[in-house]
Write a protein that binds this ligand. Structure first.
Ligand SMILES: Cc1ncc(COP(=O)(O)O)c(C=O)c1O
Length: 421
């Protein structure tokens, strides 16, 4: 295909973010998208359950979001000065995620977690952070770290180019395993600035926390004087209007947001307790700055998205669609003589093949990725687009209908029969 051939000449792997290269049998070249559908330049019409990997809670090209963007474009689109809209967005985020707190807007989830970690280190004067195996917090050095030897909990770089000295400041525990958290804190509790966690892991497929696990992590961290950072880049506004803190009744000191709060435009946010946030420049000394921080188009798109999400109770609607997909997956896979499991948290879900239970990243890694990839391709041929990676999530939006769920169910029954039958 001509565009792909051109892409492979000038873009590494033919794409700009690696998961896009996994789409089989070749990456989708998109022409346009609307509501729950995406159209490729090859004339495919697909029901899209990737939805930009989470930001498009209201579906593609929502007219009210489009109107807000158009209105902003009339007034110019970059001032690198304060706007009322960014104050309004900050007020909204503070009221929902950290009443009495403060916000710094940045440009991506990656920047949000990078800033939150620097802030936690600057605030506590400690060097180490703790993250969980299989959680993803963006593409920066402190968090692109995998489990090293079980005895030391010291992370090792998960990419060439990350110095070991840097990765070794990141300690790794197992999700849903209280003992492993306890051990890390016993070992180095007094040196840990913060524990950062995806309250629901959305980057090893979907892995919800066991009952009481988040509370245990938060209490253990606080007992050792470490801050709790909830990375709600995915769960924010999706699990509920107030995200995982509300859904699981556990408070974080700092929350990182992204994705949905930009309505599909690049954004990230650090929301935290006032006395912590005040350590950021210019009030404090922990450095953060950005040409595009608080970008007017992202801000108005995010505000419009949040207003609509609030009005229509979008997280509940997305959750209903996700439940229909969960039922459809059971219906399609139960009839085959194969192990599988489905994990869902509100409006996000993923299924795993060849395994009966997934509670941590090791379980997720044991799932049958090759069979999943074949199923992804068989679904694409039947007009359904799911993430090509077993280790990502399916994200229904409020633009998806029960009819879409029924089409998903029919397509999955056929595709599963073809691939696994
Ligand atoms: C939980 C989580 N945190 C952070 C990020 C990084 O966000 P971004 O891709 O906007 O840099 C992601 C991206 O998928 C994510 O899922």
């Amino acid at each position: 295909m001509a565009i792909m051939e051109r892409a492979r000449q000038v873009l590494v792997g033919g794409v700009n973010s690696p998961v896009r290269a996994l789409v089989k049998p070749y990456p989708i070249v998109v022409e346009r998208a609307k509501g729950s559908r995406v159209w490729s330049v090859d004339g495919e019409e697909l029901i899209d359950y990737i939805m930009g990997y989470g930001p498009l809670l209201l579906g593609h090209a929502h007219p009210d979001v489009a109107a807000a963007i158009a209105e902003q474009l009339e007034k110019g689109w970059l001032y690198a000065s304060l706007t009322e809209a960014e104050v309004e967005l900050a007020e909204k985020l503070v009221s929902l995620y950290k009443p009495g707190g403060m916000v710094r807007l940045v440009n991506s989830g990656t920047e949000a977690t990078m800033t939150a970690i620097r802030l936690a280190r600057g605030y506590t004067g400690r060097r180490y952070i703790l993250k969980f195996d299989g959680a993803y917090h963006g593409a920066h050095d402190a968090v692109l770290v995998s489990a090293g030897s079980a005895a030391g909990h010291l992370g090792v770089p998960s990419s060439p180019g990350i110095p070991e000295e840097c990765a070794s400041k990141t300690l790794i525990a197992r999700f849903n395993d209280e003992e492993s958290v306890e051990k890390v804190f016993e070992d180095r509790g007094g040196e840990i600035a913060a524990v950062i966690l995806e309250p629901v892991i959305a980057n090893s497929g979907v892995i919800p926390p066991k009952k009481g696990f988040l509370d245990f992590v938060a209490k253990t961290a606080r007992r050792h004087g470490a801050l709790v950072i909830f990375d709600e880049v995915v769960t924010g506004f999706r699990l509920s209007l107030r995200g995982a803190q509300e859904a699981y009744g556990v408070e974080a000191d700092i929350v990182t947001l992204g994705k949905i709060i930009g309505g599909g435009f690049p954004i990230g946010a650090v929301v935290g307790r006032r006395e912590i946030m005040r350590h950021l420049t210019p009030e404090g000394k922990v450095f953060n700055a950005g040409t595009f921080n608080g970008h007017p188009v992202s801000v108005v798109a995010g505000l419009a998205t949040i207003r609509i999400a609030e009005k229509i109770n979008a997280s509940r609607l997305a959750s209903e669609r996700a439940r229909e997909l969960e039922d459809a997956i059971h219906d399609a896979l139960r009839r085959l003589d194969a192990d599988y499991t489905v994990n869902r948290a509100g409006g996000m879900l993923q299924f795993f093949l060849g395994i009966e239970k997934v509670e941590n990243a090791d379980d997720a890694r044991r799932a049958d990725k090759a069979a999943y990839a074949r199923l992804h391709e068989a679904l694409r041929r039947r007009g359904i687009l799911i993430t090509p990676s077993q280790l990502e999530a399916l994200f229904p939006s409020t633009a998806h209908t029960s009819d879409d769920s029924a089409l998903f169910q029919e397509a999955l029954k056929e595709a599963a029969q073809e691939v696994l039958g």
